[in-house]
Design a protein around this ligand. Structure first.
Ligand SMILES: CC(=O)SCCNC(=O)CCNC(=O)[C@H](O)C(C)(C)COP(=O)(O)OP(=O)(O)OC[C@H]1O[C@@H](n2cnc3c(N)ncnc32)[C@H](O)[C@@H]1OP(=O)(O)O
Length: 466
């Protein structure tokens, strides 16, 4: 039990109290001095329970602190106390809930934006009192107060204990796989008008673009950020005849099966796997399951690369491509500074949510076309809008999170695989024949210049791997 140096009874006029950003029990009545005293004590209680919850869950930092509650405008903490315990009473449980704007996959794999989804954020009952029905009591009080139903709650990285708890008390078992850390249960999206549990959900689905081998690929932030979702054989069968195979599907990201719970975070896309998977689709044999497609490395990589290059060039030459002005894309989604670290948040200012920001003009279908023949005059200039990634050269760098430091100056185009050398003074090249650099090197065209020390820049851009 969690006891304090002060008497908690004046704060707990009833066993379960509700606290919001003012850090006062919802039942509190008192003057200014009393409320100051109460907030100080409530802060201590919340910080202690939050820390115990984090320790119990093996988290390095607490999810719940008084400071965070104070800064929030949509979170509520329910606290359960036993006034009879010890001399000053004891606080024995904490439940933090709130609403979040989320991009979520529904049962069919469509992405939906759900605004103000009810979310279970932190839940803890002291070890000495667990499995005695107190968690249920706390949770049920919260449901009644918030007027939520368990099915309509999203759960932020539930622990095994919480999954068991929800299964036992509310029969929640069948999860809808998500690419973020939230767990939803089947039925969450039933009756869309009340998807947030109290009737004012604002959600919309984004149409699926392509379905192949159970990969449900939508033009959605989740798909673009985390890749496709494997929907299982049932889904495959249901979709059956509607399947389309387009050349660009070769370039789609690999399947991810999102596990539930705190281990449900996305894994980085592997460029090698991407190539190998692409190769598997070749020759119309792309009807295997996602699992079947994995792990086969017996492909002629160069051939695959060549095929992709041909396809990309063909696509682009056949399209009415118009170069777009270079604009800085939206900031990469960043992890929330709270210990809900794997959840993607938009770059917008507080209140922070776990909402992935839809990438603005990214089009992952468009691949880098320059593979192999790096001397071919560029028919266009690929920018990061078109590649969907910064500096994505084929087979290189996919496992690296792009950062501003990695940007090329793409105004001055240089083909990949080119070594740019500025020559010493007096060694200017006057004719192409004088260029004694190897076939993969070329002289920088103007503007490069000598460094202060009289040396010349040697810029080595992504070289060919094969
Ligand atoms: C979004 C999040 O907050 S994730 C983090 C959830 N919190 C934690 O994991 C912290 C440690 N766990 C706890 O604090 C508690 O176990 C809680 C809050 C999950 C549940 O509180 P309790 O008071 O134990 O719940 P209550 O007694 O009403 O229900 C018991 C049921 O919860 C589940 N449960 C509780 N403890 C455990 C456990 N150690 N192992 C497995 N299941 C457990 C079981 O289904 C159990 O039923 P059972 O005893 O018949 O098997």
């Amino acid at each position: 039990m969690v006891e304090f140096r002060f008497d908690i009874k004046p704060l707990f006029s009833q066993p379960i109290i509700k606290v919001t950003s003012n850090l006062l029990p919802h039942t509190f009545r008192g003057d200014r001095r009393q409320s100051l005293d109460a907030t100080t004590k409530m802060s201590e209680i919340i910080d202690r329970l939050g820390q115990l919850s984090a320790t119990s869950q093996g988290l390095s930092k607490p999810v719940t602190t008084a400071q965070r509650l104070r800064m929030s405008d949509n979170q509520t903490i329910y606290l359960l106390a036993d006034s009879e315990a010890g001399h000053n009473g004891a606080v024995i449980g904490l439940l933090k809930v709130g609403t979040k704007d989320l991009y979520l996959f529904d049962e069919t794999g469509q992405t939906r934006k759900v605004e103000q989804a009810p979310s279970i954020l932190d839940f803890y009952v002291h070890e000495s009192r667990q499995r005695a029905g107190l968690g249920k009591r706390l949770f049920q009080t919260m449901l009644n107060e918030e007027q939520w139903t368990p099915l309509k709650c999203s759960v932020d990285r539930p622990s095994e204990k919480l999954l068991a708890f929800l299964s036992k008390h509310y029969g929640l078992q069948r999860v809808i796989p998500q690419a973020n850390n939230f767990v939803l249960y089947e039925g969450f999206f039933n009756d869309a008008a009340s998807a947030n549990g109290h009737g004012n959900a604002h959600e919309h689905a984004q149409s699926p673009q392509r379905t192949q081998n159970g990969l449900h690929i939508t033009n959605s932030p989740n798909t673009q950020l985390f890749g496709a979702t494997y929907l299982g054989e049932d889904s495959n069968r249901r979709r059956g005849s509607q399947q389309q195979t387009t050349p660009n599907a070769l370039l789609q990201q690999i399947t991810q099966i999102s596990p539930s719970g705190r281990y449900g975070a996305k894994r980085p896309t592997c460029s090698m796997a991407e190539i190998i998977h692409a190769g598997n689709s070749k020759g119309g044999k792309g009807n295997g399951s996602a699992e079947a497609n994995s792990g086969n490395g017996n492909h002629d990589i160069a051939e695959i690369a060549e095929q992709l290059q041909r396809q990309s060039l063909a696509d682009l030459e056949g399209s009415s491509y118009e170069p777009e002005p270079e604009v800085e894309p939206e900031a990469e989604p960043e992890a929330e500074p709270e210990p809900e670290p794997e959840v993607i948040t938009p770059p917008s200012p507080p209140p922070k949510s776990h909402t992935p920001t839809p990438p603005s003009v990214r089009s992952p279908e468009v691949a880098e076309s320059i593979v192999g023949d790096n001397r071919r005059p560029p028919a266009f200039q690929l920018s990061k809008q078109h590649t969907g990634m910064k500096n994505r050269s084929f087979g290189v760098g996919m496992a690296v999170m792009p950062s501003s430091k990695m940007e090329f100056d793409q105004m001055e185009r240089e083909d990949f695989g080119v070594v740019k050398i500025n020559r010493p003074p007096g060694h200017e090249v006057t004719s192409p024949g004088q260029d004694n650099t190897d076939a993969m090197s070329t002289v920088s065209s103007g503007g490069g210049g000598l460094t202060d020390q009289g040396y010349y820049d040697l810029k080595f851009y992504h070289n060919k791997l094969w």
